[in-house]
Write a protein that binds this ligand. Sequence first.
Ligand SMILES: N[C@@H](CCC(=O)N[C@@H](CS)C(=O)NCC(=O)O)C(=O)O
Length: 244
Amino acid sequence: MNSAILYTFRRCPYAMRARIGLHLSQLNPTVREIELKNKPQEMLNVSAKGTVPVLITSEQQVIAESIEIMQFSLAQYPDLSSPWLTPDAYQTLLDWLSKPQTMIWINANDNDFKPWLDKYKYADRFPEQSQNWYRQQAEIFLQLLEDKLAQQAFLCADSPTMADFAIFPFIRQFANVEPVWFNALPYPNVYRWLALLVNSSLFQAVMHKYSLWLPERSMIQLKQSQQQNVKIIPLCKNEKIMNI
Ligand SMILES: N[C@@H](CCC(=O)N[C@@H](CS)C(=O)NCC(=O)O)C(=O)O
């Protein structure tokens, strides 16, 4: 299981998804932290499209889509004694993996919200409209999240499922464009949900800083250092244990 390889870029929200899926699974691939402006030929040889994340499994299967890496890790290598989720919450995560609603949320994020997020974030590159206007388009998705999260703690259930884990890195990116404005938003449930996931010890581990694989091409395991500095607090519906 440990001969798998993950090409990743720390700040990429798609790569965050993959690392979350892997952290919640029994897999512990070797990490190759790359620079997008200097992609290693080894990665391009297995995935010519040149995006991260890319997982090469120990069976040499190449998975170059973040959601597929999450699905593969969680469905094939579930970690039923995961420190990050209670057993009940873990079972809920597995139960929701293949339910249509999970992909409905993720597709809405990837296909509808993400293009507006990019234009909002890099508004100077898209002068056809103002940054405000792009932000308003992105807010349509935020309102959908708010409506659902006003009814229940997470998008599909009372504990986090793949939809939450796949989407919150993008909402975090949105929040970071104008944090002061975001913090004054009339979306209290999105704020609560985002704060909870971003402040979770799972996310702290996922955001560990690995040294660049280039040029050393060193061997670093994804999970080698996660337990050293991070106090593991299970992420579950019992919110009193969470650091919000
Ligand atoms: N659909 C892909 C998208 C991945 C993606 O676009 N990743 C960005 C980084 S956040 C990337 O690698 N872009 C290539 C580049 O910037 O050259 C997935 O879900 O894995």
